[in-house]
Design a protein around this ligand. Sequence first.
Ligand SMILES: [Zn+2]
Length: 323
Amino acid sequence: MASRVSGRIEIIPISSEQDLTIDIASFGPENARRILLHSSGLHGVEGFAGSAIQLQLLDNFPALPPDTALILVHILNPYGMAWLRRVNAGNVDLNRNFLIGEEHSGAPQAYAELDSFLNPRTPPSRDFYFLKSAWLIFRRGMPALKQAVVGGQYEYPRGLFFGGRKVEEELEKYGAFLRRSLSSAEYVIAMDVHTGLGKFGEETLLVESGNYETLRKGLSSRVVPLEAESGPAYRIRGGLQNLVFQGAPHAKVHFIGEEFGTYPAAKVLHALREENRWHHYGDAAKDHAVKRTLKDTFCPPSESWRRSVLERGAELIHRAIRL
Ligand SMILES: [Zn+2]
């Protein structure tokens, strides 16, 4: 991917029937003091936006300040992108998987109550989903419902937002890469691109609340603290930031989740739910309407949406370089 500008390439193979890899390109000095880390595709099918941002960057490569390296990590969940799933081959949501000092067990009480609604043990069908979800939003309130559903669960291996039973191969291998590459870093800005959260075409930059003021000033008014009770975000267990913090123990780390909104939450959840039913209780073939819907849900076939992703994506990297 990075041959047009001179970068060092590292290819991490992921066990699979096909040749699936996480491809990493590093630019600038080895053992740089400042490192910009840009990753895409942690959620497989969400990876088209981040991948496009990275390819665009190679065509218009920025000048790096002294002692600064830029690392592009292309598709952390290649299985999910290849098979149009948000999760990996083990049905694991990799952004709920990296727990430190915690067991991979448990589920919110409300998730358990909603399991049969979220994860029907039947192939996709019309079953009054939108009516039921409107009732649930009315009964429980959107913030509480969202937190219960998408915060992460470790009890339903075929269910949505399953965080796994152990740290998955993708993160084991990526973690080893980070420990090697970030060991001498003093300052790391990590950007991880996702889609499907927020309003159509709008960018939200989710950051740890401790870094909120600095990043809002330095980057954008679209910076939002991850722990905010209002707004589009929610708290998750086992997020990727834990892996980056652990990989750079001596550095000041800013972790930014760059989200591009697509459709309302109930519609996004429906697309995930139907694809999950097809995967576990249908024949899971890629050539099926629920797969196309899932792809369009996370990468809308809209010129203006895609233009906005490319513009905002480039802008974030350029601002982060100057931060
Ligand atoms: Zn995501």
